[in-house]
Design a binder for this molecule. Sequence first.
Ligand SMILES: Nc1nc2c(ncn2[C@@H]2O[C@H](COP(=O)(O)OP(=O)(O)OP(=O)(O)O)[C@@H](O)[C@H]2O)c(=O)[nH]1
Ligand SMILES: [Mg+2]
Length: 292
Amino acid sequence: MLGFIKKSLSKTADAIKSVVPKKKIIFTKDELEEILLEADVEYELVEIIIEQTYQTKITRDILRSKLLATLAYTSYKEPEYEAPFVELIVGVNGAGKTTTVSKLAQKYKDEGKKVILGAGDTFRAAAIEQLTLWSKKLDIPIVASSQGHDSSAVAYDTIDSAKSKGFDNVIIDTAGRLHTQTNLANELKKINRICEKAHKGSPHRTLLVIDGTQGNSAIAQAKAFDDMIGIDGIIITKLDGTAKGGSIFSIAYALELPIVYVGTGEQPKDLVAFDKYEFVDGLLDAIFEEAS
Ligand SMILES: Nc1nc2c(ncn2[C@@H]2O[C@H](COP(=O)(O)OP(=O)(O)OP(=O)(O)O)[C@@H](O)[C@H]2O)c(=O)[nH]1
Ligand SMILES: [Mg+2]
């Protein structure tokens, strides 16, 4: 998988090229500031990094340690659980939830696990169809009801079915938008409660899907979801299509939540475990000349 994160940073690297036409070994603080802002690292975090950098000549090693420090919270530790492992996938409209559900399902299937999907976005008929289509393509079972039905009932039935048939993983898709934000909050809270009823301790992991092309505007949105239902980790999608890769630093720093995966395309294989070293080095390669 090595290289996927770096490849998906190519648009961010192009943006950096507009302020650093030629890679160098040493940069000034002013240049560093410009580079980070161009990569869409949030202004406040750029200022913190600049202020905490005492050196005037910025080398790759100096910037590397600064950037890695902002990602200090990004490692994820799986909780203790009794199978099946239940995951809830949440996020705003269009962030990439349904696609991510299928990517995760493919990943678990490849690991030899028995997976079942729950079509918990009952708000739109198209959402149920979309996930059903994926389930057919990937040959993975799904529990789905019709539009307008209770999404928590779908969650319950999916978990119940997984328990009785000895499945390893349950992945539940959810709606990104309802009539109001309060409706959405209530629905997600209810799904949470029903999961716990269906299988003690579940959902074991609630993952927030963030559209990477949104850059820093995703931070407020992520905070709202965290307040609503509590988020265990983040998946940043569409990293392949954005020049805003640097916003990962601000998102991770502001939320203090682990980034578990990144989405690097529209296909089920396009999900990569987030590796902060690969990510930082990928970015640094776009800035610094290789030392000879
Ligand atoms: N390039 C790229 N496109 C992606 C990625 N993830 C999702 N998409 C695309 O983004 C669009 C929206 O994805 P969905 O999975 O339907 O998003 P959603 O959050 O389920 O949307 P709603 O159900 O409307 O709330 C689709 O066209 C996906 O193919 C990714 O990592 N990279
Ligand atoms: Mg969806």
